[in-house]
Structure formats: structure tokens, C-alpha cells
Design a protein around this ligand. Structure first.
Ligand code: MN
Length: 244
């Protein structure tokens, strides 16, 4: 179990690694973007160790709460995300998609829980204060000031309906820093995913020709798909290719 001190040391080591890479080549440095460790060597979802000891957040968050939260909320979500993927693999193998809606929902809910918990642990591993550098500038540009940003973030987070999260996110396509609320973990997305192919199944997309036959419309769409565009979008998300 890493203590808060060793986490900070590890963070410093990452910084030193980036400097070394910059000395070696600019391209190598470009490829060292920040990524969360969400999977193990086999590609299965796995919870990284907490970046601090259970009692490191006292008195703000008590040790027992951290222990329960990590072991009985975050970790079971990881197991359930793996189960959903395994079940979808079985469905593909047997060509039996009777439960596809259930397992896609499970995947979105549980994987999003894993992603957001992983970010949450890092978000609360610091010492407070105020943002600096480019983040501070982005906050001033998008929200007017840190005080206004904080007021909105606090209000939005408190006002989340039922269970959920307060979220600060950067939206690459518009260059905007945003505050969002999240209900549950997902609402059927997985945080961080970059869409590369989209199929519209609102009725307005097909009703004149296909009426209630969404099945037929979706199958016919495959004669129109631009896979080169999808591949280009995927390439654009790879490390070292980011525009931001
Ligand atoms: Mn939680």
C-alpha cells in the first residue's frame, strides 16, 4: 500500500522521467501523456492500489470509510465490469444477444464506476491550495475566476440528484474546460471514451422509410459506414497524436 508520501515521490519520479524523455527526444516526451492504470497485463480491468494509506485522509475522510469505499464499492465494480465483458464475449460466441441490453448497461455502469473511482482517488491525494499554470489560466478563461469556478463546482456537486459525482472535464473538440454533474456513474457511457463511429437510432433518423423497423434500418446502415473515417478517429486518440 502506497502512502501519500510515496505517491508524491512516485509523482516526482514521473516528472523526472518526462524530463529525461525530453532530453532524449521531443517525440518520446509527447507520448508520455497522463493515463490512469485501469487494466492489468492481461487486459482485464483491475483496481490500482490506493495512492495513500487508509488513514491518510483523516480527519476529512476517516480510515474506515476509505477502506470500505475501496474494497466494497470500487473493487466490486471492477469485477462486475470484467463479468460484463466476459458475458458479452459469450454472447458473441453463441450469437445469442438476448441479454445484450443488460450487459451493455452493466459494462457502462460498472466500468464508469471503475474509471471515476480511479480518478477520484488521485483527485483527493493532494494538499489543497489553488490550481496553477495552464489549468489556472483555463479556469480564469472559462469561468471568470477561481472563486467563481469553485462556487459553481461546489453548487453543482451538492445538487447532483441522488447518487453521482461532481466532474471537472476538458472537452478536446471545443477546447472548453467544463463542470458537469454525473448521475449514477455513466448514463450509458464510459468516461474518457472518444467516439469513432456513431449510429443514430432516434426515430427521426429512419421513421419515414422504415417506420417501426429499427432492426432493418440498423442492418442497412452497414452499407454506408465509412471505416476509414472511424480508423482515422481512432488514430487521432493515440498517445503522441493528441491535439491538446
Ligand atoms: Mn464511490
Amino acid at each position: 500500500m502506497a502512502t501519500r508520501r510515496t505517491f508524491l515521490q512516485d509523482t516526482a519520479a514521473v516528472g523526472a522521467g518526462i524530463m529525461l524523455a525530453q532530453a532524449q527526444s521531443a517525440r518520446a516526451a509527447e507520448e508520455l501523456g497522463y493515463t490512469d492504470k485501469l487494466t492489468d497485463a492481461d487486459g482485464k480491468y483491475a483496481a490500482a492500489p490506493l495512492p495513500f494509506a487508509y488513514d491518510a485522509l483523516e480527519p476529512v475522510i476517516d480510515a474506515r470509510t476509505v477502506e470500505l469505499h475501496y474494497n466494497f464499492h470500487h473493487k466490486p465494480a471492477v469485477a462486475a465490469a470484467n463479468k460484463a465483458e466476459d458475458s458479452l464475449a459469450k454472447a458473441r460466441d453463441s450469437n445469442d444477444f438476448a441479454l445484450v441490453k443488460f450487459y451493455e448497461k452493466e459494462l457502462a455502469f460498472q466500468l464508469s464506476s471503475h474509471i471515476l473511482h480511479t480518478i477520484y482517488w488521485t483527485s483527493i491525494s493532494g494538499t489543497g491550495g489553488e490550481p496553477k499554470g495552464d489549468l489556472a489560466k483555463a479556469i480564469d478563461r472559462n469561468f471568470g475566476s477561481y472563486a467563481k469556478f469553485k462556487a459553481q463546482l461546489v453548487a453543482a456537486t451538492i445538487a447532483v440528484e441522488a447518487s453521482g459525482w461532481g466532474v471537472v472535464g476538458y472537452h478536446p473538440a471545443t477546447g472548453k474546460l467544463m463542470i458537469l454533474q454525473c448521475e449514477n456513474h455513466q448514463k450509458l457511457t464510459a468516461w474518457g471514451i472518444q467516439p469513432i463511429l456513431i449510429l443514430d437510432v432516434f426515430e427521426h433518423a429512419y421513421y419515414l422509410k422504415y417506420q417501426n423497423r429499427r432492426n432493418e434500418y440498423v442492418n442497412q446502415l452497414f452499407s454506408l459506414i465509412n471505416w476509414d473515417n472511424a480508423a482515422m478517429r481512432m488514430q487521432a486518440t493515440l498517445p503522441g497524436r493528441r491535439l491538446t
